[in-house]
Design a protein around this ligand. Structure first.
Ligand code: GLY
Length: 354
């Protein structure tokens, strides 16, 4: 656990860094002595899974009194270029045609503004493109080749974002489709992998061959109690080209509610879209449920109302609120999330019983 920033030291620094900002924004009653007014758990970053490189980047912004929006953007950007992350950004999972199409959304609770890009190609930081949609346009979402073109106009370089890992995944994946085409079949591919790889590497590579939905949610509350979130992903591996999952859809893969909290989803996007997953979680938190209970309610709807009790899919909700509480609920039983606050960094097992 990283305890390099003590709560007291942090509060003194944050109060100094933000006092002027708070006064400017016309909050005369805001208690600038954050040691008194700020709940114990704030400021707070949450990332889905155990992607500590993302939570560290986000915390790096928050710990100096930075804004939640900048923190979630920094966390998402770190994930998008992390070389061993095969489900987000550079080196993400290719679609059916071997092309990496990325989805991303970002939302700022302070202004309730949002931006998203869907099926964007060749852009290292879809989170930046999504933020630019939010900050430079009157729109909320731009998709497909138009998203790529938008990003290019905003100054991004359009480049090859595949990696040796993503190309390797695709070569092996197409070999699994049929025994009667000209691609070597799955059995041969698996046997080759077994021959070539040491046992320690084999399990990881075999898991990589499974179709996955990857995705990272980065949520934050800053010292002003402003909330923000970002969800970024390459989406379902092997997806039909043009398929948008839940991640770029505000209310599905991400939602933020001013003065309440933020929520995000990972897992099979189609299920999340059907129940407006993240919006549902935030609405339940607005009604007073804790992040865990609110997440549970969204997952319950997903299972009961759209799948008639058949929970044969993996979806996971994560949420935080402005009181510094956090939680998660999953269908599959294997969910973790990582938080970072002044007590340090911690990876937590989420709840999984309906
Ligand atoms: N949740 C990510 C996806 O379904 O694409």
């Amino acid at each position: 656990m990283n305890r390099s920033v003590s709560r007291r030291g942090f509060l003194e620094k944050a109060a100094g860094a933000t006092a002027g900002v708070a006064a400017l924004k016309g909050f005369p009653n805001l208690n600038l002595n954050y040691g008194v007014g700020l709940p114990e758990g704030l400021p707070l970053v949450l990332v889905s899974g155990s992607k500590t490189w993302a939570s560290d980047a986000a915390w790096g912004v928050l710990k100096d009194g930075g804004e939640a929006l900048d923190a979630v953007h920094a966390g998402a950007m770190a994930a998008e270029v992390y070389p061993r992350d095969s489900s987000v950004g550079v080196g993400g999972s290719p679609n059916e045609d071997g092309v990496i199409q990325l989805d991303c959304s970002i939302m700022d609770g302070k202004s309730m503004q949002c931006g998203a890009v869907g099926c964007i190609e060749g852009i290292e930081h879809p989170s930046t493109a999504a933020r630019q949609v939010m900050e430079w346009t009157d729109h909320c979402m731009i998709v497909g080749p138009y998203a790529t073109e938008f990003a290019r106009k905003m100054g991004h370089t359009v480049t090859d974002i595949s990696s040796e890992g993503s190309r390797d995944w695709y070569r092996r994946w197409i070999g699994r489709h049929s025994d009667s085409d000209d691609w070597f079949n799955a059995a041969e591919s698996a046997a080759k992998m077994k021959r070539e790889l040491p046992p320690s590497e084999l399990g990881r590579r075999q898991r990589e061959l499974e179709r996955n939905h990857g995705t990272i949610n980065v949520l934050a509350v800053d010292v002003r109690r402003d909330v923000a979130g970002c969800t970024t992903t390459s989406g379902l591996s092997g997806k039909i080209p043009g398929r948008c999952g839940d991640s770029p859809i505000i209310g599905a893969g991400l939602y933020v509610l001013r003065d309440v909290g933020a929520a995000g989803f990972t897992g099979r996007g189609e299920e999340v879209i059907r129940v407006c997953g993240s919006f549902t979680v935030c609405e339940q938190m607005r009604r007073g449920l804790s992040p865990t209970e609110a997440s549970r309610e969204a997952i319950r709807r997903m299972v009961d109302e759209t799948n008639e009790g058949n929970a044969n899919f993996s979806d996971n909700a994560v949420a935080i609120n402005v009181k510094g509480e956090h939680g998660s609920f999953t269908v599959s039983g294997r969910s973790r999330y990582t938080i970072h606050n002044t007590d340090g960094r911690q990876t937590i097992q989420g709840e999984a019983r309906l």
